[in-house]
Every structure is written in structure tokens, then in C-alpha cells.
Write a new protein. Structure first.
Length: 428
């Protein structure tokens, strides 16, 4: 698999010809809505095994082999080249694929209303071959320890067809907001806890959930130890019943980081008690904040490097967004929220507004500006094949368990192609 960035004047015909594959294969792989109108700066996934490299001035077989981590003899043999002969500028070299490593992949899915929409069912079915876990969001804890279940429809059946483990997401959401007051009740009332654990187990078994996932957020700082104690209690009961236990954690960079989203999340204890954790490494750029990359690689790395100092890397799933944001400029704190959009929608928007896509190499994220019909300037940050590959490289470098996506329903076909190219997805 190769990532190609569209340059000025390039056409799909020319790109397909350069890689020696039919145009239709590139169109289908990237789900191009307008194949004849590519956007300058748009990243395309080229569906080939391995990749090609065009020789540039100063290149040698040794340098190319070193750059791509390939044995020089293998590179020479595959391309039928003598080791000592200088390379001709412009020569196309074939780079063989690297071995894949195993990884677990989770995706949250958030049904709204009375049922699961057809578009969400389709998204679940399309993603399922590339998933280890499917996580309907969410079972909301009530103040008496009962649970309000989300609509599930046939999600369990879709998961079962592809050996996907159902993850039961349990939250302290109340009126669509994470509630510190509700969290305090759950974490400090043993009777409520006992009823909650009874209800979790009684509901999880018939619905075929195998992992119980606690996503308690916006907790009071003083409930840190109470949360730790609850998790120890829950783990004992949940493991006795044969379930896995996982948790969601806010993106911290130190044990002393404080705040409503951070203080009560104790990385060391979660790493000891849970079978694995999802670290929510996204939302640096968010709907109410100033324009910036949603998951810039530098801050993501800082969080994950701290995390592996507190728990085994093999327990960590890196969080990743499947969306971007469109901000109206100038940004005004407390003003209009940015609009969320999928990577596919972002590319269509750039095309329709005749905007070239830029790439921030520091943040490893694509972005562009455009002017709307009323003359207002907008800034869009989103995800593409390059930004996702950068995250996969980081996962592999740090030896993480896998990746967890928020959330299905936002089209991003390149992501799943790159999952297949980089990893053997673990099925349970």
C-alpha cells in the first residue's frame, strides 16, 4: 500500500499509469466522489502490495534500502539491479512490504433515538472485518444503580459474523453530559455499586458482551481513590464471571496533572486493574476551542510516553478520531462552535471551494482554508492517510496494544485500508 499526494496538474489517469494499476482500483479504494476532479494536496491510498520509489539525485541502493528498512541485497534482487551500478534518476524501484504485527482495534458506535440507523448499521458492517471490539455508546448508569441501555438492534449479530467482541460501555452520562454528581454517587455508595455490578452482569450475558468498559469522566478530584477502589471491586466480580474489564482514560502527561477530566484518572491503578485501557488521545482541536489539529502527533506522543511509564504498553489502546472540524474565522471564545465533518466530507469541501490541502508536518495533520458564500474565512483540520499512518508508526514504535476509534459513521475508507496494510487484526 502506498500513499500518493496529488500535485498540481496531476490526473487520476496519470497517477494510475505511474503505479501500473487501473484507475477504477484507486477510485474504489478511496471512494472518490469526483475522480476527474482531484484536489491538490489530497492524499490517495494506492492499493498495491508494497510500494514504489522514484530515484532522486544523490540516491544509491544503500541509501534507499536504509531509508525503507529493506535489506540491500533483497532490494537489488527484486529490482534486478547490480549492487555497484549507479541508479538512474527517475528509475522506479519496488519496495517490498514489511511484516505485519498483531494489533487490537476498537470502534465506538453511538446510536441515537429509538434505534440504530441504517447508515450506522452499514458502518458497523463495513468496519467489522477490521475490528477486535465494537463498543455501543453507552449504557448509562442511573442513580439507583440500574442501567439505561442504548439501542442495539442487530449490532451483536453484525459483530458475531466477523468474530468481533462486543464491548459494553458503562458511563456516568446524565442528560447528555458526564455528571460528577452521579459519579460521586456510584463511587461512594456500596449499595448502588452492588446493584450496578449485578445489573451489568445480568444484561451483558444475554446480549453477548465480553468486555465491560468503564468510561467515567468529569469526576470530582476527591473521588480519585474511590474510583480506584470501585475498579478493584468491579474487576474481582467481573473477572469471576468471565468478562474482560477495560477503562477509558483522559489524555494525561503526568501523575500530578489536575482538573475535572484528569485528577480522578489514576493511570498506574488502571494499568494494574484493567485488562486494557483506551486513552482518549484526541480533541486538542475541539468544537468550542480555537482551530488546530484534533490529534497532533506531538501531544499524542507525550501522553502515550507518560502512559507507558505507568503501565505496560501491551495494555494501551491509542484513541483516534474519525473526524475533523470546520471553524469560522476569526475564532471567538464562547462564539459559534466548529462543525464536525468526516475526512471524505472535508475533501469534497476543499474541492467545491477550490482550496488546496496543506499538510502540517509538525502536527502530522492536513488542513486548508476557504471562503464561504457570505465571504467568511474558514479553517478546516481533518485526518487523511498520512496522519493515520503517522499514528500507526507511533503505535508500532511504542509497542502499543492497538487503536480505538471515536466513532463509526464518519466515512474514512483510507483508514481501514491502512489498518489492513499495517496490522493483523486480532479476533477473539
Amino acid at each position: 500500500m502506498q500513499i500518493h499526494v496529488v500535485q498540481p496538474g496531476q490526473t487520476l489517469y496519470g497517477i494510475a499509469n505511474a503505479y501500473g494499476i487501473p484507475m477504477d482500483r484507486i477510485t474504489e479504494a478511496n471512494q472518490l466522489s469526483a475522480p476527474s476532479m482531484l484536489v491538490v494536496g489530497q492524499a490517495l491510498v494506492i492499493p498495491i502490495i508494497g510500494m514504489y520509489y522514484w530515484v532522486q539525485s544523490g540516491d544509491s541502493l544503500y541509501k534507499v534500502a536504509q531509508r525503507y528498512g529493506v535489506n540491500i541485497n533483497t532490494l537489488a534482487q527484486i529490482n534486478r539491479l547490480p549492487l555497484e551500478k549507479p541508479l538512474r534518476i527517475g528509475l522506479r524501484l519496488y519496495i517490498p512490504p514489511k511484516p505485519k504485527r498483531n494489533a487490537e482495534v476498537n470502534a465506538y458506535i453511538e446510536p441515537r433515538g429509538e434505534g440504530v440507523s441504517q447508515s450506522l448499521r452499514n458502518a458497523a458492517a463495513e468496519a467489522a472485518p477490521n475490528l477486535t471490539y465494537l463498543a455501543p455508546f453507552s449504557f448509562q448508569v442511573q442513580r439507583d444503580g440500574s442501567l439505561q441501555a442504548p439501542p442495539l438492534d442487530n449490532l451483536s449479530s453484525i459483530a458475531g459474523q466477523h468474530q468481533v467482541t462486543m464491548m459494553m460501555v458503562v458511563t456516568n452520562l446524565e442528560n447528555d453530559q458526564f455528571s460528577s454528581e452521579l459519579g460521586g454517587i456510584i463511587l461512594n455508595d456500596p449499595a448502588v455499586q452492588n446493584r450496578l455490578l449485578d445489573n451489568i452482569i445480568s444484561e451483558a450475558k444475554p446480549l453477548n458482551f465480553k468486555d465491560i468498559h468503564f468510561d467515567f469522566e468529569f469526576l470530582r478530584p476527591e473521588d480519585r481513590e474511590a474510583y480506584n477502589a470501585f475498579l478493584r471491586k468491579a474487576a474481582k466480580r467481573i473477572h469471576q464471571e468471565g468478562f474482560l474489564l477495560s477503562t477509558a482514560l483522559a489524555p494525561k502527561t503526568s501523575a500530578t496533572q489536575t482538573g475535572a477530566w484528569y485528577t480522578a484518572h489514576d493511570y498506574k491503578v488502571h494499568g494494574q486493574v484493567a485488562d486494557f485501557v483506551v486513552i482518549m488521545t484526541y480533541e486538542w482541536g475541539y468544537s468550542a476551542g480555537p482551530p488546530m489539529a484534533v490529534s497532533p502527533i506531538g501531544p499524542v506522543r507525550q501522553v502515550l510516553e507518560y502512559a507507558i511509564s505507568e503501565m505496560p504498553a501491551a495494555k494501551i489502546m491509542m484513541g483516534q478520531n474519525l473526524y475533523g472540524y470546520d471553524w469560522t474565522l476569526p475564532y471567538v471564545a464562547g462564539g459559534a462552535y466548529a462543525r464536525a465533518l468526516s475526512p471524505q466530507a472535508a475533501i469534497d469541501l476543499a474541492r467545491n471551494r477550490h482550496a488546496a490541502i496543506q499538510y502540517d508536518y509538525k502536527d502530522q495533520a492536513p488542513n486548508f482554508n476557504y471562503i464561504d458564500d457570505s465571504g467568511k474565512t474558514h479553517k478546516v483540520w481533518f485526518e487523511d492517510a498520512r496522519s493515520i499512518q503517522a499514528k500507526f508508526n507511533l503505535m508500532k514504535e511504542l509497542g502499543l496494544r492497538g487503536i480505538s476509534y471515536w466513532k463509526l459513521g464518519l466515512p474514512f475508507p483510507q483508514n481501514w485500508l491502512l489498518i489492513q496494510d499495517n496490522f493483523n487484526v486480532v479476533k477473539k
